[in-house]
Design a protein around this ligand. Structure first.
Ligand SMILES: C[S@@+](CC[C@H](N)C(=O)[O-])C[C@H]1O[C@@H](n2cnc3c(N)ncnc32)[C@H](O)[C@@H]1O
Length: 178
């Protein structure tokens, strides 16, 4: 049985055991490409769309994903993902915050995430899944989590199931919704 002691292996656990039949996947915050690599390896989608607002992130991801061809790297805010993704979506992932080893001031924000989520829910197939990881070890991450929480809590329980996980005793606390 895999040890689950951070969001990365929690997400991997769900990907391997729960998420099935993914044709179209979207990585809303590609960063250095690790989540995208997991999606391509584990879920094997027909196509993965990857968004980031920093060219540095896309360059890093391109190197990491060189063995794959069924993905597209797009330099664009995720709130505009619908200009590029025309198909319905089976799986999407957000890993919020700033680029590891990058500029800490270039970070995700609740307004853009919420705008993208509203559009995403319109395009998500009925058995589709979304993972969102928040880092609430710093103030802007806490604000982002509180604001998005209000939106997620407002969604109709007859249409969506929203699970929230947290590691209560970790210093850099991660939260995940799906
Ligand atoms: C925590 S990192 C993502 C880590 C990544 N998933 C990985 O596996 O390495 C967050 C990323 O979100 C990007 N980002 C911030 N705001 C964004 C936005 N509005 N749209 C798309 N990407 C954004 C940042 O540039 C950063 O690369």
């Amino acid at each position: 049985m895999a040890v689950i002691n951070n969001t990365k292996n929690l997400i991997e656990f769900f990907m391997r055991n729960y998420v099935k039949d993914v044709k179209i996947a979207v990585d809303m915050t590609v960063g250095n490409g690790f989540d995208s690599k997991n999606i391509l390896e584990i879920l094997k989608p027909e196509k993965l769309y990857c968004f980031d607002i920093q060219q540095e992130a896309l360059d890093n991801s391109k190197k990491l994903l060189e063995q794959y061809s069924n993905y597209e790297l797009i330099l664009e805010n995720h709130k505009n993902f619908d200009k590029f993704v025309k198909e319905n979506i089976d799986f999407a992932i957000y890993n919020l915050g700033y680029l590891p080893k990058g500029d800490k001031f270039i970070t995700t924000n609740a307004i853009d995430v919420e705008e993208s989520l509203k559009k995403l829910l319109e395009k998500l197939n009925s058995k589709g899944t979304i993972f969102i990881t928040f880092y609430i070890g710093h103030l802007s991450g806490q604000m982002e989590s509180l604001e998005l929480s209000k939106y997620l809590e407002s969604l109709n329980q007859k249409e969506y199931t929203i699970l929230k996980f947290t590691f209560e005793n970790q210093k850099i606390i991660h939260l995940m919704w799906l």
